[in-house]
Design a protein around this ligand. Structure first.
Ligand code: 13P
Length: 254
C-alpha cells in the first residue's frame, strides 16, 4: 500500500501570527499520527518560520511554486535551491490557480518539475478539469493531455520522483467535493495513463485528491484504492480540521 500523504496548501492566506499558531498546533497535534505523512505548504515569507517550528516533528515543509530557472535576473521569482535551503521537501507545481491566473502551461510546469528534482525536492504535479470540461465529458481528454504533455517533455522515469494531485477545478474552494467514485475513476485513469509507459512507476506513484476535502469526507475519499492522500486548501487553515483529515489518512492504513 502507498503511504497516504496529507498536504496542506495554505495558498495566499495567513499572517505571521496565524502562521506561527498553525505550525505550532500542527507540531503538537501530529504527535500521534504515524502512518500518514503530513506536509504543509505556507506562502514563501513563512517558510523560514516553518523550517524553524517544524524541527523535530514529522511534519514536512513544502512550497506552493518555484521558478523554472536556477539563478539570475528573474525578478520576483524563487529558485528550487532557495526552497531546499529553507528545508522544503515538497513543491506544488502547476496548481490550477497558477495555470489560470499566471498562464502556466504544461511546458512551463514540466520545467518546474525538473528544477525541483535537480535540488532533490519532490514536486506535486496538479492536474484537473474545469466544470465546463466535465460537463462536456472531456475530463479524461483534458487530464490525459496535461499528463501526456509532461511525460513527453521530461520522460516517465521522472515520475519516480513526482507526486500527482488530481484537483477538479470545480471542486476547489466551492464546497463541492467530487464523490469518492468520481475521484476514484479519475485517479484510476491517471494511473492507467502512467502504466501505459511504465507499470511499476504507475503502481508506486502517489495520487492525491484535492478539492473541498474536509474531515467529513476525507475517510471516504482516502479509502478508495487509487486515492493516496489529499491536497487540502481551506481546511488546512484550521488546525483541528487539518489534523482530523490527517487522522483519517492514518486510519485508512491497515
Ligand atoms: P480547497 O480544499 O479549499 O477546495 O482547495 C483545494 C486546493 O486547491 C488544494 O491545492
Amino acid at each position: 500500500m502507498r503511504q497516504p500523504l496529507i498536504a496542506g496548501n495554505w495558498k495566499m492566506n495567513g499572517t505571521k501570527t496565524s502562521a506561527e499558531a498553525l505550525l505550532s498546533g500542527l507540531v503538537a497535534g501530529s504527535v500521534g499520527i504515524s502512518k500518514a505523512e503530513i506536509a504543509v505548504c505556507p506562502p514563501f515569507p513563512y517558510l523560514a518560520l516553518g523550517e524553524r517550528l517544524l524541527i523535530g516533528s514529522s511534519v514536512r515543509l513544502g512550497a506552493q511554486n518555484v521558478c523554472t530557472q536556477d539563478v539570475g535576473a528573474y525578478t520576483g521569482e524563487v529558485s528550487a535551491l532557495m526552497l531546499a535551503e529553507f528545508g522544503c521537501h515538497y513543491v506544488i507545481c502547476g496548481h490550477s490557480e497558477r495555470r489560470e491566473y499566471y498562464g502556466e502551461t504544461d511546458s512551463i510546469i514540466a520545467e518546474k518539475l525538473l528544477a525541483c528534482i535537480k535540488q532533490q525536492l519532490t514536486p506535486i504535479l496538479c492536474v484537473g478539469e474545469t466544470l465546463q470540461q466535465r460537463e462536456q465529458e472531456q475530463t479524461e481528454a483534458v487530464i490525459g493531455t496535461q499528463l501526456g504533455n509532461v511525460i513527453a517533455q521530461i520522460g516517465i522515469d521522472t515520475f519516480q520522483k513526482i507526486e500527482i494531485a488530481y484537483e477538479p477545478v470545480w471542486a476547489i474552494g466551492t464546497g463541492k467535493t467530487a464523490t469518492p467514485e468520481q475521484a476514484q475513476s479519475v485517479h484510476y485513469f491517471i494511473r492507467q495513463q502512467l502504466a501505459k509507459h511504465d507499470q511499476i512507476i504507475a503502481e508506486k506513484v502517489r495520487i492525491l485528491y484535492g478539492g473541498s476535502m474536509k474531515a467529513s469526507n476525507a475517510q471516504d475519499l482516502l479509502s478508495q484504492p487509487d486515492i493516496d492522500g489529499g491536497l487540502v486548501g481551506g481546511a488546512s487553515l484550521i488546525v483541528e480540521d487539518f489534523l482530523a483529515i490527517c487522522q483519517a489518512g492514518d486510519a485508512v492504513v491497515l
